[in-house]
Design a protein around this ligand. Sequence first.
Ligand code: HH2
Length: 292
Amino acid sequence: MKSKEAKVENSGENVVEWPSGKLDFSAGCILMGVLNVTPDSFSDGGQFLDSERAIEHGLQMAAEGAAIIDVGGESTRPGSASVSADEQIERVVPVIKAIAKKVNIPISIDTYSHEVAEAALDAGAAMINDITALSDERMAELAAQQQVPVVLMHMQGTPATMQAEPKYGDVVEEILQFLLGRARRAEQFGIPKERIFIDPGIGFGKTLEHNLLLLRSIDKFAASGYRVLVGTSRKSFIGKITGKEKPAERLFGTAATVALCAAAGVSIVRVHDVAAMVDVVRIVNAVERMKV
Ligand code: HH2
């Protein structure tokens, strides 16, 4: 099966270790819990803008089995406006500091601003999640110099305009080639291959059909030689198919996508509902381990 080949390609090292953190993929797929310290995120905006509540939620996700906590201070939902680096720093730094003191799993910073990333790493973050796939060279230099892993995500356009009229020739091939190009560029900056995660960017400049085609072919990304991260959690394409208007009601739809991804060789799923998705991933990982 294709997914098995994908695992063989990636299985050289099941544990990825760097000076400030470690991720263990020996059981299979792992979870990144989403912590949005924002007033306007599409599914949990305003819930964790208050530092105390954000810290509590981060600690809860770690206790539930998240392997990474992804902290962001800016919503990138379709139509969102950008937030200044200073404002993002003000939102995320106290939260990262407090969580880093209490958990020993890596915290990633969800930003495309090198200033925010640097402040977050100083505060105790150990990974960079960049939805612009290191478009800014200063971000690539920072990741290389600080020896931290990076998530490289594909996006067509910008959050303000990306859902206007997304267009591709062959959506899977175009995005895969873009990500491979960015991953090789990251390596040239001195970021080792095992610390690079590629992400097709579900919902970022994609129609419903584009999202489904990407999920259908996600094994191709997993067979690329780079580990893959996918973020489908509560996104609108799930609402379109299930008729669930409210993001928080998209739990079972999200579970289906998480199971598909884990079975296809995806290494990290980025989710809001950690307790539920831990069970989904554990079952898929157990079945996958039975493959000979
Ligand atoms: N999705 C969102 C934000 N960051 N990062 C990666 N690597 N992949 C994703 O799919 C991804 C991401 C959007 O989700 P969320 O953070 O819940 O919403 P918002 O941008 O409104 O804060």
